[in-house]
Design a binder for this molecule. Structure first.
Ligand SMILES: Nc1nc2c(ncn2[C@@H]2O[C@H](COP(=O)(O)OP(=O)(O)OP(=O)(O)O)[C@@H](O)[C@H]2O)c(=O)[nH]1
Length: 907
């Protein structure tokens, strides 16, 4: 039997213990979340005079544990404020306590307690509170008070009626028909006056009271029975008829238990209540008494809110209060459900499933359903609109938690799809697939990409992991992203087209224009211009739009005095899905690039040096060759001078042609589109600029050379052609200078004997013939080079061998001279000869005779020899040519060939 708890304290404060009291009750139930248990509870309040046996009745009837007064000790008030006790056992006619749904009983402080005196405030507030929360109001009366119109009974009932009207009168809805049962329990009913008589008296009293009430206008015509059901029960005297007293309470218990207990108490006792006339049981609890649609767990919050409003004399609007409680509790369940989700989320949604769509959807769905189910289980008992409202809040919160993970997957998917799109279009570029235009291929790929994305996102949306709005937003954003990529893919393809065209143009322009400019003629620039237009047209032929335009006088244009129906500017389509204007701009860009390329090629090629070399080349050709490209043969200097003048004037004329690009009609060539600026060029740059040599140039296309440059070239050119002419004249002089004939005659006369001697000697003849034949073949096959090489290497080899031998000899001999004197006779001889040599060298100086044999072991000679050896090979030395071998010196048989000095030879 649980103890009662004070709900409203003596000081009219709501007790904080109530929440815990309810928690304990709920926790004691294993199936606390069961809807039947949580919602099917009843509230019963009891009113009556002080010490009228209220607590005694409640304790017996509901098996509760309210404090009761011990009359043997002192007659005083025991219940102060409002107490609450819970029960799910009733004392019925059954042999044992009958289990019922949960019943909460409110024992209200006695209405006429001496302690509060004339203070009616609490009584009124307590009545208001009891009406706000209870289904049944037990009014405890002594039998002897009925019909006496005394005590606080009438006042109490009047108060009850008044507060009832203030609570439910304004918003009375007959369809809802919510009522309160006023259960009058007549105590100490000894039976002298029958209960029916007492009931009538009381009913009359109540109706009279109702009639005297000040009712709101909308309740004027309403009767007491629109708000209340009345029931009267008599209980025997507790002291005098205790057994009957208990039986009467048990009978009352039957009424309470009926309809709400699991068993029909009548049947339990084997009594068929329909056949037992004396025991017709009227059920106490009816569905239309149930006022609040709140689960048991939130009743304490509701009761507290109501009491606070009552206590502060504020309007008590019960539906609003119930909605407030519903809002509070449902939010609490939303939070609990979300916490439950967060606790599991990271464990279930692991990184490895983030890129696995089906797994991700499955796990997210699992978590979502679990979270929602938790909420539904707990919050569905509250006001439906609030329940649904908070359910939406919960779903939004779940979506927020899921969003980063879904976004991760979708970003991953977007990355893959964009890459696929790019790769596919890259392959188009590399495959150079001209069968379907780029734009068609791009559009088809974009359509596929959009569909693939939509398909995946739809799977999330289908399972309500993404709402409709997000679904639409995702598709719109993806479409924007694709548009950006489409733009960049088009730009990239356009750039590749432009680059390809530029490259081709550059190669073709380079070959053609250098070829033309290196052989300049009077119409060279017309040819360059023509080459430019033809090359560009050919390269762009695939992009040209075939258009037939009607000729009219206005649009037609004239060329070579003929009218053409074609428009001046061709129309191009670069197959990128661009409009006419954009295509035209691209064409202009390409044309500008082409002009720029041509401009660069021309200006790079036509530098001072290259122009000088062109002029020189042209001069040489004109000067040295005739019209048939045959070399000219000069007879005299006058011819040379004439040819020189012609060639020079011709070449100088070419300089004028090359220095400015203009047609033969003397019209300067100006690009028909704006030339793109180089990166390092300032957009504001003037056309005139100064180079590192301080020379001013014009950036205009046609301006190749300025006057200063031309002057420089001319100066150098003249210098070079003068040299060329001088060479020519010299060669003429050489070819004309020949040996006089008399010299040949003299040669025959003087050399007659020698010729004869050779002719007469067969050896000389054979030798001469051999030499002649050798000379013939060497000359015929031009073998002078190899012959010269062979001769040189032979001489070189011989020379180095001799040098080496001589060095070895000198060194060995030097060492010998350091040795002590030998007793052998030739050493004395050597010493003597050395002396002689010395004298001889000293006396003879440079005019030595070859007949005097000498040794080279003297220090002087050695030093001379070594000096000679170390001297450069080109220097003249008497020893060098006749250097004897080492052995010859040792055997003293070597003779030095004394060569006379150079002066002597020349003499
Ligand atoms: N004569 C008579 N006495 C009763 C009856 N019921 C209870 N009593 C006695 O009346 C006295 C007061 O009983 P309580 O149950 O404490 O009365 P109460 O109305 O709860 O008192 P308060 O809570 O102080 O207002 C006790 O001594 C009871 O034994 C009854 O039916 N008849």
């Amino acid at each position: 039997m649980p103890d009662a708890v004070q709900l409203i304290g003596e000081e009219k404060d709501f007790s904080s213990n109530v929440i815990d009291y309810f928690k304990d009750i709920l926790n004691s139930k294993p199936d606390r979340n069961d809807v039947d248990i949580n919602m099917n509870y009843h509230i019963v309040s009891v009113f009556g005079s002080q010490s009228s046996g209220k607590s005694t009745l409640l304790n017996i009837l509901f098996n509760t544990n309210f404090d009761t007064m011990d009359a043997n000790v002192k007659r005083q008030q025991t219940t102060k404020g409002i107490w609450l006790a819970h029960t799910n056992e009733l004392n019925t006619s059954s042999d044992s306590l009958t289990k019922t749904n949960d019943i909460f009983v409110l024992d209200v402080e006695g209405s006429d307690g001496a302690e509060r005196g004339e203070d009616q405030d609490f009584e009124r507030k307590a009545a208001l509170f009891a009406l706000a929360v209870s289904e049944v109001l037990i009014v405890n009366l002594w039998e002897n008070q009925i019909g006496l119109y005394q005590g606080n009974n009438l006042a109490l009932l009047k108060t009850v009626f008044e507060v009832n009207l203030s609570l439910f009168g304004k918003s009375f809805d007959p369809l809802k028909n919510n009522k309160v049962l006023l259960l009058f329990v007549i105590r100490d009913h000894v039976g002298v006056t029958p209960l029916s008589s007492l009931s009538e008296s009381l009913t009359t009293e109540l109706e009279n009271i109702w009639a005297t009430l000040n009712k709101p206008s909308n309740c004027k015509d309403l009767s007491l029975y629109d708000f209340f059901d009345l029931k009267y029960v008599g209980l025997a005297h507790k002291i005098l008829q205790n057994e009957k007293f208990i039986d009467d309470i048990k009978s009352l218990g039957d009424s309470f238990a009926f309809n709400i207990s699991n068993m029909d108490p009548m049947k339990t006792r084997g009594i068929d209540r329909t056949t037992d006339e004396n025991k017709i049981i009227e059920p106490i609890f009816k569905s239309n008494y149930h006022r609040q649609n709140l689960p048991m767990e939130s009743w304490s919050i509701y009761a507290e809110n109501c009491w606070n409003l009552i206590e502060n004399n504020k309007d008590l609007d019960l539906p609003t209060q119930q909605i407030l409680v519903a809002k509070f509790k449902t939010q609490e369940f939303v939070n609990e459900a979300l916490q439950l989700l967060l606790d599991e989320f990271d464990k279930v949604i692991t990184d490895d499933i983030l890129i696995n769509k089906s797994m991700l959807i499955e796990k997210l769905l699992l978590l979502k359903n679990k979270t929602l189910n938790y909420y539904i289980d707990h919050a569905s008992h509250y006001t439906n609109s609030i329940f649904l409202e908070k359910k939406t809040v919960l779903i939004n919160e779940i979506d927020k938690i899921f969003k980063p993970k879904i976004d991760f997957y979708l970003n991953h998917l977007i990355g893959i799809l964009i890459n696929q799109l790019k790769t596919s279009m890259k392959n188009y570029n590399s495959a150079n697939n001209n069968n379907s235009p780029f734009v068609e291929k791009l559009n088809a790929n974009i359509k596929d990409t959009n569909l693939a994305f939509e398909k995946d996102v739809k799977e999330f949306q289908k399972d309500q992991l993404i709402d409709e709005k997000t679904f639409d937003e995702l598709l719109i954003n993806f479409s924007k992203l694709i548009k950006d990529n489409e733009k960049s893919l088009r730009e990239a393809h356009l750039n590749s087209i432009i680059n390809r065209i530029n490259k081709t143009l550059s190669i073709k322009f380079k070959d053609s224009s250098i070829n033309l400019l290196s052989h300049p003629e009077i119409d060279v620039w017309d040819k360059v211009l023509n080459m430019f237009n033809i090359t560009l047209t050919r390269i762009l032929v695939n992009y040209k739009v075939e258009t037939t335009r009607e000729f009219n006088e206005k649009d037609g244009f004239e060329y070579n005095n003929e009218k053409y129906s074609e428009a001046v500017e061709d129309e191009y389509d670069f197959h990128l899905g661009f409009n006419k204007e954009k295509n035209s701009n691209i064409y202009k860009q390409i044309r500008g690039n082409a002009w720029k390329t041509l401009d660069n090629i021309i200006h790079d090629y036509l530098k001072e040096d290259s122009i000088l070399s062109i002029l020189k080349d042209k001069f040489e050709t004109k000067f040295r060759y005739d019209e048939n490209d045959t070399p000219k043969f000069w007879k005299n200097e006058i011819e040379i001078d004439q040819a020189y003048k012609v060639a020079r004037d011709y070449s100088i004329g070419l300089l004028d042609i090359l220095s400015i690009a203009k047609t033969k009609d003397n019209v300067e060539i100006i690009p028909d589109v704006q030339l793109p600026k180089d990166d390092d060029e300032d957009a504001e740059d003037d056309d005139i600029y100064q180079d590192e040599f301080g020379i001013y140039h014009s950036q205009k296309f046609s301006h190749i050379l300025n006057e200063l440059q031309k002057e420089n070239i001319l100066k150098k050119f003249r210098k070079q052609i003068n040299l060329s002419v001088l060479d020519c004249k010299r060669s003429t002089v050489r070819s004309t200078t020949h040996v006089p004939i008399w010299m040949y005659a003299l040669l025959v006369v003087l050399g007659w004997n020698e010729f004869m001697m050779i002719l007469r000697n067969p050896l000389y003849v054979t030798l001469s013939l051999l030499l002649l034949v050798a000379f013939y073949f060497i000359n015929k096959f031009d073998l002078w080079g190899p012959v010269l090489n062979v001769s040189q290497s032979i001489i070189g080899e011989t020379r180095s061998t001799i040098k080496e031998k001589l060095r070895d000899f000198v060194l060995d001999d030097g060492e010998l001279s350091k040795m002590p004197s030998s007793p052998e006779p030739h050493s004395n001889t050597a010493s003597f000869q050395s002396q002689q040599e010395k004298q001889h060298y000293t006396s003879s100086g440079t005019s030595r005779k070859a007949s005097n044999p000498v040794r080279l072991d003297s220090p002087t000679l050695q030093s001379q020899a070594s000096q000679t050896l170390s001297a450069p090979t080109t220097s003249f030395s008497p020893i060098q040519s006749t250097a004897p071998a080492k052995e010859d010196y040792i055997n003293e048989k070597v003779e030095i060939q004394h060569v006379p000095p150079y002066s002597a030879i020349t003499e």
